[in-house]
Write a protein that binds this ligand. Structure first.
Ligand code: CMC
Length: 434
C-alpha cells in the first residue's frame, strides 16, 4: 500500500537576501526529495554531501527500503514472502521486468538461461591463467569483463534486443564462472552445466562434484541457496549498484558496468563483509577471546576493528534479511548434519551487542552478512567464496538498475562536482631551483 498523497511543503533556500523556491519530488513510499539540479546555475553554489548520506542519485521503481521499520520490498513484494515462496530466477524476472512472471513466461525464461550456461573452451582458459591463490573476486571481475569481448553482439546499451541477450548471458554464465573459480582454486577439473538441472542444482554440482562421485545433498541445501540468492538480489542504491549505474551512465556496456560493481562489492565495508565476519569469528575462537573481550576491542576503536556484519547506512533496525537468515541457520545446519562452534560465537556476539549502549545508541544491528557465512560454510564454501556468492545473488539487481537507468529519459552521465581546497594558481619552479 503506497503512502497517502499529501501536498509537499514549499521549500525555499535563503541565499543572501533572496529566497529561492526549490522544486520538490514526491515518492510513493519513503522520503520525498528536493530537486537541486538548478542550484549551481541560480546561486553559484554546489551541494556537498560526502558518502551521499542525504543525496538521492535517481528515482527508481525497483526496490524499497524503510530502514527505521526494517522493511525491504522488491517491486512492492515483501522480502519475507519472496524468500518463502519464490525462486531466484523468478525474482530475477520480477526485478528486471517489474511484474511476477506467468508460468509460461517463467518456463521460457528458465529454459533460455539453461541453454546459455555453457562457457566455451577458449573462455575456460582464463581460469587456468589466474594464479590459484588469486582472490575469487579478482577473477570474477576479470571474467565478466571478458564477456564483453566474447559477445560483441550484445554490447549496445541502446538496442533492447542486445541488452536482453546480455542480461540472459550474464545470468546464465555467472554460476558457471563462480563454480569454475572455486574449482580452479581447489585444483579440480572444470565441469559442464547439465540441461534439465535447476539453476542452483547446476551451480552446486559444478562447484562441488568430485571425480567419479555423485553429488547428492538434501533438498534443504538447494532451498537455502536459492533463498540466500533471493535475499541478495537487490538493495536499491548501495555502493556497488551506484557504481554499476555510474559506469553505465557513460554508456559503457553492461558487462563493464557489472564488473565495476563486482569491484565495489569486494570491499569489506560492503559485500566483502561476509568473508570478514567468518574471519572475525575464527579470530575470536583462535585467540580464545570471549565475545565480551572482543567487543571491548571494537568499542575502544584502538585497533580499528569493527564488529563485522553489524551496522548499515540505511537500516537503523534489524536488517530483515538478517532476520530471515538467522531464523534459517539452525534448520539448515541440522539438515546438512553440521555443527558449527562459530554459530554459537556469533549468537553470543549478537546478544552482547544488542544490550550494549555503544551499539544501541548508534543503532547498530546485524546486517545480512552476519549469519550468511555460517550457512555458506556449512554448505562447504570457503570464506573467500562468500563474496562471489553475494555477487551471484546481486546480479539481477545490478542489471535491473542499469536497465532502468539506460531507459530513463532524465538520466545523464554521472559527474559529481567538488569543493576545491587546493592551492591557488602558482608558477612552475624549475627542478634545479626546488
Ligand atoms: N562496529 C563498530 N562500530 C561501528 C560499526 C561496526 N560494525 N558500524 C558503525 N560503527 C560506528 C562507527 O564507528 C561510528 O561511530 P562514531 O559515531 O563514534 O564515530 C558510527 O557507528 C557510525 O558509523 P559510520 O561508519 O559513520 O556509518 P556508515 O553508515 O557510514 O557505515 C557501514 C555503514 C555498513 C559501512 C558500517 O556500519 C560498517 O562498517 N559495518 C561493518 C561492515 C559491514 O558489516 N558491512 C556490510 C553492510 S550490509 C551489506 C552490504 O551493504 O554489503
Amino acid at each position: 500500500m503506497a503512502k497517502t498523497s499529501q501536498a509537499l511543503p514549499e521549500v525555499r533556500l535563503q541565499v543572501g537576501d533572496k529566497a529561492l523556491p526549490l522544486e520538490t519530488v514526491a515518492a510513493t513510499e519513503g522520503n520525498d526529495g528536493i530537486a537541486l539540479s538548478g542550484l549551481l546555475s541560480q546561486t553559484g553554489l554546489v551541494s556537498l554531501d560526502p558518502g551521499f548520506l542525504n543525496t538521492a542519485a535517481c528515482s527508481s521503481e525497483i526496490t524499497f527500503i524503510d530502514g527505521d521499520q526494517g522493511i525491504l520490498r522488491y517491486r512492492g513484494y515483501p522480502i519475507e514472502q519472496l524468500a518463502q515462496h519464490s525462486t531466484f530466477l523468478e525474482v530475477a524476472w520480477l526485478l528486471l521486468r517489474g511484474e511476477l512472471p506467468t508460468q509460461e513466461e517463467l518456463g521460457k525464461f528458465e529454459a533460455r538461461v539453461d541453454k546459455h550456461m555453457y562457457l566455451s573452451d577458449d573462455f575456460r582458459q582464463i581460469f587456468s591463467v589466474m594464479p590459484r591463490r588469486a582472490h575469487p573476486m579478482a577473477t570474477l571481475g576479470a571474467a565478466i569483463n571478458m564477456m564483453a569481448g566474447y559477445y560483441p553482439e550484445s554490447l549496445d546499451p541502446k538496442d533492447p534486443a542486445a541488452v536482453q541477450l546480455a542480461t540472459v548471458l550474464l545470468l546464465a554464465k555467472m554460476p558457471t564462472i563462480v563454480s569454475y573459480i572455486y574449482r580452479r582454486a581447489a585444483g579440480n577439473a572444470l565441469l559442464y552445466p547439465k540441461h534439465g538441472q535447476s539453476y542452483v542444482e547446476n551451480f552446486a554440482r559444478m562447484t562441488f562434484q568430485l571425480p567419479g562421485e555423485k553429488f547428492e545433498v538434501p533438498p534443504a541445501f538447494y532451498r537455502a541457496l536459492d533463498t540466500l540468492l533471493i535475499l541478495h538480489a537487490d538493495h536499491e542504491q548501495n555502493c556497488s549498484t551506484s557504481t554499476v549505474r555510474l559506469v553505465g551512465s557513460a554508456q559503457a556496456n553492461i558487462y563493464m558496468s557489472v564488473s565495476a560493481g563486482v569491484g565495489a562489492l569486494s570491499g569489506p565495508l560492503h559485500g566483502g563483509a561476509n568473508e570478514a565476519v567468518l574471519n572475525m569469528l575464527a579470530y575470536i575462537r583462535d585467540h580464545d577471546l570471549s565475545p565480551k573481550q572482543f567487543m571491548e576491542k571494537v568499542k575502544s576503536k584502538a585497533e580499528g576493528m569493527r564488529l563485522m556484519g553489524f551496522g548499515h547506512r540505511v537500516y537503523k533496525n534489524y536488517d530483515p534479511r538478517a532476520a530471515i537468515v538467522k531464523e534459517q541457520c539452525d534448520a539448515v545446519l541440522d539438515a546438512l548434519g553440521v555443527k558449527d562452534e562459530l554459530l554459537a560465537i556469533a549468537r553470543e556476539l549478537e546478544e552482547v551487542a544488542l544490550s550494549d549502549d555503544y551499539f544501541i545508541s548508534r543503532m547498530l544491528y546485524p546486517n545480512v552478512d552476519f549469519y550468511t557465512g555460517i550457512i555458506y560454510r556449512a554448505m562447504g564454501f570457503p570464506p573467500s567464496m562468500f563474496t562471489p556468492l553475494f555477487a551471484l545473488g546481486r546480479l539481477p539487481g545490478w542489471m535491473a538498475q542499469w536497465r532502468e537507468m539506460v531507459n530513463d529519459p532524465a538520466a545523464k552521465i554521472g559527474r559529481p562536482r567538488q569543493i576545491y581546497n587546493g592551492h591557488g594558481a602558482r608558477d612552475y619552479v624549475p627542478l634545479a631551483q626546488r
